[in-house]
Design a protein around this ligand. Structure first.
Ligand SMILES: Nc1ncnc2c1ncn2[C@@H]1O[C@H](COP(=O)(O)OP(=O)(O)O)[C@@H](O)[C@H]1O
Ligand SMILES: [Mg+2]
Length: 288
């Protein structure tokens, strides 16, 4: 193993007991195993040997300040890094290496094995197609549902993510929706096919507190192994008990959320915690 074992107070080598351990190794049961993931763009190193593991069905938080590389990590996991980026290292999904895989094959994994919620909801939506069709189509293509069943499932999902008047809203085009509604459409799209893994990049930032709570409930109900990116430590503590901290493209700390929040050992983690405390003090009603 690399140096990560030294950074962690405990090691769960099976990854099956208790909480997710960011240091656990993956055994034959699979998982999402990211090793030394490095992204360079125009000679600049954006991600530097990012390493973590998400066992099947577990959730891992990824936190860090703005610009620390959270979104790049999510994109590189999906093979959606910007054109011109060089990606090295390994992203292994249930034993299948994704880095270096031909684009077509990789796209197939994105369609069924791993779902993504982008930080920028516009990215994932086709502006020229009604949102209902965008949720339903992958269900027909990847899961063999007939048109009527897929449409019914799209309505059910829209209801689940708290979209108002789903059957008429699903007939709208993306530009007719609010940012928060678009974000929820993207969440519905990502979970529609019940992928084994989810990558969610700040999936609740455009939402009010009540809707956010509903969406976090939805993520908690998913059976998928999940990489959950957030800059919000209250959301982090709600959604998972294990996280990695990014700073300038590197994982600088990892372990239990409780430990990271109560006794941060890296200055980057400490800065996040004290910023969150200051925000909680300024906000009436405090931590949500
Ligand atoms: N398309 C791109 N080309 C070059 N640099 C980029 C690109 N996208 C992001 N970056 C850089 O990568 C770093 C990490 O960005 P990002 O992953 O978006 O941060 P975060 O999501 O943590 O706020 C930043 O320094 C950002 O400027
Ligand atoms: Mg980001």
């Amino acid at each position: 193993m690399t140096g990560q074992d030294e950074q962690s107070g405990r090691t769960d080598r099976t990854g099956r007991t208790g909480t997710v351990d960011a240091t656990s190794t993956v055994d034959a049961t699979g998982g999402l195993e990211v090793r030394d993931l490095t992204v360079r763009i125009a000679g600049r190193t954006i991600l530097d040997r990012v390493t973590f593991t998400v066992p099947p069905g577990r959730r891992l938080g990824v936190i860090g300040a703005s610009g620390s590389g959270k979104s790049m990590t999510a994109l590189a996991l999906m093979g959606l890094e910007p054109a011109g980026a060089t990606v090295t290292g390994s992203v292994c999904l249930d034993g299948t290496e994704l880095v270096g895989m031909p684009d077509r094959e990789r796209a197939r994994h994105r369609g069924s094995g791993i779902g993504m919620v982008f930080q920028e909801p516009g990215t994932a939506l086709d502006p020229l197609r009604r949102v209902g069709a965008q949720i339903a189509e992958p269900l027909r293509l990847h899961h063999g549902l007939d048109r009527r069943t897929a449409a019914a499932r799209a309505v059910a999902l829209a209801t689940e993510v708290g979209l108002p008047d789903p059957s008429s809203l699903l007939r709208q085009y993306p530009h007719q929706l609010s940012g928060g509604q678009r974000q929820r459409v993207c969440i519905a799209m990502a979970v529609a096919g019940e992928p084994a893994y989810l990558v969610a990049d700040e999936p609740t930032t455009a939402l009010d507190v009540t809707t956010e709570a509903r969406i976090l409930d939805l993520f908690e109900r998913q059976a998928a192994g999940t990489v959950f990116v957030t800059h919000d430590l209250a959301v982090l503590a709600r959604i998972t008990d294990t996280a990695v901290v990014l700073d300038a493209g590197r994982v600088v700390e990892r372990g239990s959320v409780q430990q990271l929040l109560s006794a941060p050992s890296h200055p980057a983690t400490a800065a996040l915690v004290s910023a969150a405390r200051a925000t909680a003090r300024r906000t009436p009603g405090g931590d949500r």
